[in-house]
Design a binder for this molecule. Sequence first.
Ligand SMILES: C[S@@+](CC[C@H](N)C(=O)[O-])C[C@H]1O[C@@H](n2cnc3c(N)ncnc32)[C@H](O)[C@@H]1O
Length: 591
Amino acid sequence: MNTKAWKLLFKLRNNIPLEGDVALAKQELEALVDDEVQPVGLEALHEWVARGWILPKDAELHREGTVGFVCVGDMYDLSRLFWRVSFCEQIFGVVPDTETARSTLGSLPPTLLRYEQLDTGELVFMVVPFNAIAEWSDVAARRADSPREVQVWLDHLCDALVSKRCSALPSSLRPIITAKQTTGHLFHGLHVYKAKFFPRLARAFLNLCGGVTVLDPFAGSGTALTEASVMGMSAIGVDIDPLSVAIAQAKASLLEAPAEYLERIGEVQQRLAGDDKSQPSLFAIAESSERYALTPAFLRSRIPEPTRREVEADVAEILSTLYDMPPRSPLHIALSDALSRKFKFRFLGLGYGRFSLSILPRRVRTMYLDNLRSMANSIAAWLWLRQHTGVRPAPMAAIQGDARQIPLSSESVDSVVTSPPYMPASSGRENYLKSKAYAMTVLGLIAPDTIDALEAEQIGSIQRTEQIRDLPPEIVEVIEWMQRDPTRCVKAAATASYFVDIRKSLREIQRVLKPGGKCAYVVARRHVFYRYQSREVVRVVESAELTAELARQAGLEVVDCIHVELQKQNTVARPRSLDAYYETVILLRKG
Ligand SMILES: C[S@@+](CC[C@H](N)C(=O)[O-])C[C@H]1O[C@@H](n2cnc3c(N)ncnc32)[C@H](O)[C@@H]1O
């Protein structure tokens, strides 16, 4: 073995329940080190444990006993690996003791690094990558009673992992490490959002695409933008829905000026507790009460009168406490989130816009105060990350616009990571926006009851009725089949429009990408048509294959189709909801 070689061992996170993610982790690492990596089992880690290095938790075995991956090479950019890897919680390394090695180790945050010099003239080290500590910070934020406690826990955790004093992680810190759900870090959990990326996957897609400027033309709540920004890629997002844009912008504001919002939260908490007399009186607000009677008409008849009054009073009180803040500030978004949780819509998926509505008994006011507390804890976690890792987010912006006409000049971005809406034929797809109408009215994003007009603009909307226009024969065949089926004909025209729109978005991506630029276009792998009553499968449409064909038509090269199994968040929601569910990352390249 070459003694001059650098040997790295990437230990995978324990909470990777899906084997597809392990495969993706390998692909990501290979893209990052520009070389092959080999899977390793427990014995590779035992060596480190035997030498007194600690693991956060006993390693779990993934496919075929894999606990991580190794690579051996002349030299690696440790800083890049630290900032970028998505699925690893520790990087162990043995490197020759050279000036270069010392300087690259010196570029890593000392709080997350342990290293020693061996008699053999080598340096050994372990570093906790940024994403692992960011994900753990989410658990700390969720569990801690105060912002201060979040930071104390993170201090203890890092101390235990990198100091030589501990031989095992103290049991008080284990819940942080062992949590299964770690998706709310970096303000990803600011607002409920249907069909958002798992942050870790968005990060992996960004790594597969590379580049320094990234676009998400269906930005939604800004998951890919946020991940890109903390990875140092400048990120721009476009979305047709103003609430999505507002959520993404609020995340950007929190990343940029966390301390300011921590202060603001304190003020608003005081005002809501009635300790601050400087805000306008509730009497003054009541005088213009119609300003706050914002319940959209289509909802009024569905909400019992006392509930409606209570919600409107809570909204009025909260908005009045925010009187001196810019509209759509993160503190407004916390109200939108409370409203979106209070009223839960479930569309029946038949194509007629019918929905069932459930109303949580908790008051909006209580939910809002909870949101403020958790926002304060998330800010504390972010402040800690800034201080201890030196993370400085690259510029991130979200603008309202149309992916069929991206408001950017040609050849202006290095990469695109995005996920368009689902096919309108998907059950429950119709009327995404209707479920957001209340929050959007309250935030002043739309005039009451203009939601249907806005919905009609959305790709995937059931209201869109374009004709089939030179679509690939496989798609035409699906649409004609739907037209003939009495229960599905209502969605046939919308499905044709959907594919025409998707191709327009792909043409635009082709236009704005620089030559050689890559795009990860993430869609459902297949669409299953089933009989509603019996749940018997009637037809399976390989929607990712159809989309890949549209990408070719749009002048993009299809480099790879990676199928990623996703964990269902809600397995009781719908018929066939227990079936394994895959999304496909269509990896595209502009020639
Ligand atoms: C699957 S979601 C994206 C979720 C996002 N990846 C995230 O993590 O939050 C699809 C998004 O496409 C947006 N959309 C629909 N039609 C659009 C259009 N014509 N132009 C831009 N965005 C559109 C919707 O508003 C929605 O936010």
